[in-house]
Design a protein around this ligand. Structure first.
Ligand code: ADP
Ligand code: MG
Length: 246
């Protein structure tokens, strides 16, 4: 008798290799990375500059393709999807937060957060309501009509988190999300991540800062495109929440 299969992990990565360039200029950015991420996990991927963190993240987020290896998101083998299916997966299943925020200038916070829903074909009334709710979740209900240049870096990154969450993705990917932020704003963003994790979201975050990685439940360390460490830890207790519950 075999036990019934449990739910598929959010991520199942097998032997990912990524090479850039040809011949003498060839760089092996990933040298066979394998890992599973279960639903609700909070993973920090650490490593020195050039160790392959962004390469891995861009592949996981379906923004780039591996040279070889396979990966499944929510049970779907990404390498087998056509362009249309891939676009849907990218839009609905994965939320991305970048170091440099990547908000659209001269568009309000609300319009920025609505954008993935526009691409997803969600009607105006529903997408407005969902974008407002997402901005409320990150404590920016009073800034929805501000444009990025009218917001602090920390506020811009919270808008970016709201944009990543508005589609209710299976997986939240964040590449050095606090890398451009001061200490106070870093604390705000990490507190939001902590509460998202507490509410069951699956998060994979890249950082090279120990203080940031301390918030995760699991730390994976990359050296030269290979996983050299994968350990669980008790995440730090943040300060008591001061924003609306997520
Ligand atoms: P990290 O995010 O850990 O700093 P990256 O994934 O950005 O590392 O880079 C890993 C390696 O791949 C580095 O040696 C980097 O120079 C190289 N690399 C990254 N992107 C490209 C690219 N588009 N073309 C060529 N080499 C690249
Ligand atoms: Mg990087």
């Amino acid at each position: 008798m075999t036990a019934p299969d449990g739910p598929a992990p959010v991520l199942r990565v097998s032997d990912l290799v990524k090479e850039y360039g040809e011949g003498d200029a060839r760089v092996r950015a990933l040298r066979g990375v394998s890992m599973d991420v279960e639903r609700g996990d909070y993973v920090a991927i650490m490593g020195a500059s050039g160790s392959g963190k962004s390469t891995l993240m861009n592949i996981l987020g379906c923004l780039d393709v591996p040279t070889s290896g396979t990966y499944l998101i929510d049970g779907a083998d990404v390498g087998l999807l056509d362009e249309h299916q891939l676009a849907i997966l990218r839009n609905r299943r994965v939320g991305f937060v970048f170091q440099s925020f990547n908000l659209i200038p001269r568009m309000s916070a609300l319009a920025n957060v609505e954008l993935p829903l526009v691409y997803g074909g969600v009607g105006l009334a529903e997408r407005r309501a969902r974008a407002l709710a997402a901005l409320e979740q990150v404590g920016l209900a009073d800034r929805v009509h501000h444009e990025p240049n009218q917001l602090s870096g920390g506020q811009q990154q919270r808008v970016a988190v709201a944009r990543a969450l508005v589609t209710a993705p299976a997986l939240l990917l964040a590449d050095e999300p606090t890398g451009n932020l001061d200490t106070a704003s870093t604390g705000d963003v990490l507190q939001i991540m902590d509460r998202l994790s507490d509410s069951g979201r699956t998060i994979v975050l890249i950082t090279h800062e120990n203080d940031v990685a301390a918030h995760a439940k699991r730390v994976i360390r990359l050296v030269d495109g290979e996983i050299v460490e994968d350990r669980r830890q008790a995440p730090v207790d943040g300060p008591p929440p001061r924003m609306a519950a997520l």
